[in-house]
Design a protein around this ligand. Structure first.
Ligand code: NZQ
Ligand code: ZN
Length: 386
């Protein structure tokens, strides 16, 4: 096990009706800004619950943080926050609203340009923020990461910083998500676990078993959710799985990959592919190309998650990769670039960008532009398994 420091300060408030707790959780001596997306909260009752809970608080609202939040929009929120002397933020929405709010928190706290903060990789200072999370997927509700898009240049980068002071998760908010949003959310959570698990073997039994527990839970609930997306207990497990997949708990003392995310962000930046969907396309391809490097972990995963025990090591590793891709497809997602009409020129654009940036992603720092080309070419081939 590698050395590590673990500290997750977010207070998690979970369950039906818990949005009402905003009134006691939010400080009453602060000037608040409540941030929202495009308006889904007004159609499912969340906005009304928040407004009721905020009675008596001093707050303004900022609307219009879009999916894959844009720095161009967030600059406006930062300006509004500064003009109104805002010193506490509440994000009400999905990962995009919360990620955007993390950048607003940094922009209000300093004079630095918002995009410079993103490029620096770390927000040195942020005003406090909290969330009501409405999409189980990103784990943003209990982590210090944020991913921001610059529309002007079609770039998408992440940065780190403070964690939400608290996050409220009411599984009932998920009842209005579309089947595609749920598929992308489950794919995102599943991939988060794989990014922290499918790396170096033998680093920690406890982390392995914990990660495998989250994977097995997602595999178990996914088909049930498809059949019954308004089952409170199923949606509770889905919501908690998404949080646990990326709140630092399964990464203690183990190496991490994240190359799939880096490549997926490029697909989103260039083509608008929904985040979870981009991962469903890239992750199986990355496994195919890095099969030898990841073989020991693929064999463990194949046996413990899918019960694969027969065949040579090579055959078992192939089967584990096939089963992973089949899972993403079972959610209703395509897994090949060609199925999305994304062509070879996009592959070249991404390889060019990565070569220019001199990247070397992954647990072994070997996913360069050229390795990325191989990965994306394998994601381009037609899907042929039954
Ligand atoms: O904008 P509104 O009108 O609110 O609609 C949203 C949006 O269109 C809608 N929505 C939200 N809650 C809903 C709802 N629709 C019905 N019912 C509800 N309860 O859903 C749409 C998508 O929302 P978005 O916030 O974009 O989804 P998600 O939570 O998947 O967030 C994706 C973003 O998070 C980043 C991704 O890259 C992407 O930019 N990520 C953030 C991470 C982090 N902070 O740790 C890690 C992830 O790997 C990921 O990269
Ligand atoms: Zn993700």
């Amino acid at each position: 096990m590698k050395n590590f420091i673990f500290q997750n300060p977010t207070k998690l408030v979970f369950g039906k009706g818990e949005i009402a707790r905003l009134s006691e959780l939010l400080p009453d001596d602060k000037k608040l800004m409540v941030t929202y997306g495009g308006g889904s909260v007004t159609r499912n009752g969340i906005y009304d619950q928040v407004k009721t809970a905020l009675k008596g608080h001093n707050y303004i609202e900022f609307w219009g943080i879009e999916p894959n939040p844009r720095v161009e929009t967030l600059r406006k929120a930062i300006q509004m926050g500064k003009e109104n002397h805002v010193d506490y933020l509440l994000a009400v929405g999905g990962g995009s609203v919360l990620d955007g709010t993390k950048l607003i928190a940094a922009g209000i706290a300093t004079d630095a340009d918002a995009w410079d903060i993103v490029l620096s990789g770390i927000a040195k200072k942020q005003i406090p923020f909290a969330s009501v999370m409405t999409v189980p997927a990103t784990g943003s509700e209990m982590n210090g990461g944020a991913v921001i898009t610059r529309e002007e240049t079609k770039e998408k980068y992440s940065f780190g910083g403070d964690y939400p002071q608290f996050s409220i998760l009411d599984p009932e908010v998920t009842y209005t998500l579309s089947e595609h949003q749920i598929a992308c959310g489950l794919a995102d959570a599943y991939t988060h676990v794989l990014e922290q698990y499918m790396t170096t073997p033998g680093q920690s039994r406890i982390m392995d078993r914990w990660a495998e527990g989250v994977l097995l839970s997602i595999l178990e609930i996914a088909p049930k959710i498809k059949a019954n997306p308004r089952d409170y207990d199923l949606m509770s497990d889905y919501m908690l799985a998404a949080t646990l997949a990326l709140n630092d708990f399964i990464r203690m003392g183990v190496t991490q990959d994240w190359a799939t995310h880096q490549i997926g962000h490029e697909l989103t930046a260039l083509h608008g592919t929904t985040h979870g969907h981009s991962l469903a396309i890239v992750m199986p391809g990355l496994f195919r190309i890095l099969k030898d490097q990841k073989k020991a972990k693929l064999l463990q995963y194949g046996e413990r998650i899918f019960g694969i025990t027969k065949g040579s090591e090579d055959e078992r590793a192939d089967k584990a990769i096939e089963m992973t891709e089949a899972f993403y497809r079972s959610l209703g997602l395509t897994t090949r670039l060609s199925e999305e009409g994304i062509g070879k020129e996009t592959i070249e654009t991404i390889v060019h960008r990565f070569n220019e940036r001199g990247v070397a992603f992954g647990e072994n720092h070997n996913v360069t532009g050229d390795v990325t080309r191989k990965i994306l070419e394998s994601c381009y081939l037609a899907y042929s398994h039954a």
